[in-house]
Design a protein around this ligand. Structure first.
Ligand SMILES: [Ca+2]
Ligand SMILES: [Ca+2]
Length: 277
């Protein structure tokens, strides 16, 4: 009895794993950085009327993790739009010596991708760290244009991409496509906006040496998630829909176990795939 149940569970898990692996391969392959992308027009906050001040409280000093102090935590891999909206992205701050770059990828009823910030470095008053000649001021914004309901929004950070170009690590809101398999973005709903913050260093907390799974170098990451901090304006209705969708469904132990088993097997499969590369 027990063995039959276990066999059935393993079979079901294997099927699920196959599906999950397929989806992951698709999402990882779909996003490519295009070096011919150009910087969209950057609007100052005096032009847009955006107020960055309420969000600066969530930008911590270098190497101090972003705390969840009252804002609503969202899954950064599930930033979807239910309603049409003219989406904007506003630069809040950054605590990174890297010259990071940020891109977006919209898939669904709207399909487009492009650069958000060619150089997401901060310059001037209120910056955690100093910037460079092409750096941004607090609250600077870029318009992504109209994005229709039924579209998934993903964002990717190219770590030190301004200096490293194609050899840079790319970390996405889609954790499964990250080279180290780790989460590199956190998202919170706050004041009808989405706060999105990135970690730009490869590997686990304070991990060093070569990652045997990938051959890539661990970078002694502080996992502070303040290396690029932006705010997404996707509209109040969309933010409320995301918060509503995030309320966890009641679940049984079996499905919890199945999810755990799938991610474990999924991880192993991915690691094996990478080692063979
Ligand atoms: Ca940092
Ligand atoms: Ca960091």
């Amino acid at each position: 009895m027990k063995a039959t149940f276990l066999t059935a569970l393993i079979a079901a898990t294997a099927t699920l794993t196959g599906l999950v692996a397929k989806v992951e391969t698709a999402s990882a392959a779909d996003f490519t950085w295009n070096n011919s992308w150009t910087q969209p027009t950057v609007y100052s906050k005096s032009q847009t009327g955006f107020n960055d001040t309420p969000f600066q409280q969530f930008v911590q000093a270098e190497s101090v993790a972003l705390p969840n102090s009252g804002q609503f935590k969202l899954d950064p891999s599930k930033l979807g739009l239910k309603y049409n909206y003219d989406v904007s992205v506003y630069f809040i701050n950054e605590g990174a010596s890297y010259r990071n770059q940020l891109a977006f990828d919209a898939t669904g009823t709207t399909n487009k991708s492009g650069l958000v910030f060619k150089d997401a470095s901060c310059d001037g008053a209120g910056c955690i760290l100093g910037g460079g000649a092409t750096a941004l001021k607090l609250g600077d914004g870029v318009k992504l244009g109209n994005i229709t309901g039924g579209t998934q929004l993903d964002f990717s950070l190219r770590a030190n991409g301004l200096n490293l170009g194609n050899s840079a690590n790319i970390f996405s809101t889609e954790t499964t496509s990250n080279p180290d398999g780790l989460q590199h973005a956190v998202a919170y709903a706050y004041n009808n906006y989405i706060l999105l913050a990135f970690e730009d260093l490869y590997g686990g907390l304070h991990a060093s040496g070569i990652d045997p799974a990938t051959g890539k170098a661990n970078q002694n990451s502080d996992r502070d998630f303040n290396d690029v901090v932006v705010v997404l304006d996707i509209g109040e209705a969309n933010v409320k829909a995301l918060i509503g969708a995030t309320v966890p469904e009641p679940s049984v132990t079996l499905s919890m176990f199945a999810v755990g088993a799938v991610s474990m097997f999924g991880l192993r499969r991915r690691r094996q795939t990478r080692t063979s590369n």
